[in-house]
Design a protein around this ligand. Sequence first.
Ligand code: FAD
Ligand code: 2HG
Ligand code: ZN
Length: 472
Amino acid sequence: MMQGLIEQFGAVLGKQYVLTDDADKVPYLTDWRKRYTGKALAVLLPKTTDEVANIVKLCAAHHVAIVPQGGHTGFCGGATPDNSGNQVILNLKRMNQIRAIDSANQTITLEAGCILQSVQEKAAAQDFLFPLSLGAEGSCMIGGNLATNAGGTNVLRYGNTRDLCLGLEVVTAQGEIWNGIKGLRKDNTGYDLRDLFIGSEGTLGIITAAVMKLYPLPVSQWTTLVATDNIASTIALLTLFQKRATSLLTGFEMMTQESLALNEKHFPHMANPLKGNPPFTVLIELSDHESEEHVRKLLETILEEAFSANLISDAVIASNLSQANTFWHMREHITLAQAEEGANLKHDITIPLSSLESFIQDTDSLMRQKYPGVRIINFGHLGDGNLHYNIAPPLGLDPKAFNLSHEKAIHELVYAQVERCQGSISAEHGVGQLKLADLRAHKGAVAHDLMKALKRALDPQNILNPHKVVSI
Ligand code: FAD
Ligand code: 2HG
Ligand code: ZN
């Protein structure tokens, strides 16, 4: 029966785009973190929306589950199949066409398999900014960004992926094509289907194309690294920048001493240029459409004010683009430095800024008390209240063995504090399989039941990415 289905997939896509040999499937079976590995009946590589629709119809007829996949850089195992070997992976990488750039409407219409960085480059070539930016931009795809509602480093000014999306084209669980590919900034025609599919991690529909917003390309950008002594000063500094720079503030990223020490251990050329390894290093970026001097002057004025108010103890302004890039690389390499150390426990959380200090104090203290020697790698998009509160085992311990014994209890410890502070256990990375079991307790029973009802209504056969986000 399965052989017959494979042949039908081949008839839709062309045989060479139906991968069934083990060696061909391997690159699609393990996620970026190497945390999840699954098995697949086949890896399917469609080129058009009609092909996706026909594949879904075949899968629906044969009750075969589909795992949509982009760059497989997601952190929650959402794009990794289970171990049954009965699921198919639908990787969208061949759907990588830019369909149109509409300069007057300031929009780009593109297919789900476009690599994020290539979209930024295509937009820049037409003098536009596509603001979504994150460490995996060289390999993650727009479909994956939309399906996870990815955040990244520009959220403070431009919002999450959801805020950048105006329209979607989606293949439903029945293999129908929903054409919502409109570039409208206002459209109140009932329920917002677009927002339902964004962030649904492949469980409600397969995103095949989107209309995304473009912005004018800034002409000047200044990046600085500053040293702060504690979280209270760091938040006061954010408030100061928000007041003085308003919409010119495009980045506000926090890195702790321990995070940067780990970076330097693995990437010695990324030493922190600030004096004396400060407790907190903050990367701040201002962007504008006015002259370089205007922004530079504004930045200097705000920094002087911050020095006078004793909010910061040191600052280095990048003197050119290459140094600014080095500062950003330093920030983005923390994830890579952690990966070099082996498995770690990630907590991608949001905390209201007013509770951040108490969250960090209490969680750090409980963590160090219960797990002496544990390394707390805490960094993130502070401007959005988004911490990456990651836990690495004490030096000398095997990460896998440590995680096996303590993962559940450590997640519970952190999430209890998140709950106390009325935060979220998933800020920007999603739920996938990693947080599936935690969701009900943290989302609330009513919200969780509504999510299940939506899943049942849109995918009654449960063939789209089953047992990710919610189980029905
Ligand atoms: P995948 O990992 O392939 O898939 C992610 C989820 O989306 C899965 O559930 C999958 O089934 C579903 N999916 C994929 N494509 C489709 C589609 N076309 N239709 C429906 N469902 C689909 N994330 C952030 O938010 N902010 C960051 O700053 C950030 N930094 C990162 C840095 C590094 C070094 C790495 C490795 C990852 C980072 N991430 C970050 C996480 C990750 O890059 C994002 O979640 C990204 O949006 C995933 O895109 P992808 O194409 O790799 O999706
Ligand atoms: C980032 O902000 C990414 O760099 C990765 O979201 C976070 O490694 C992490 O936990
Ligand atoms: Zn992040």
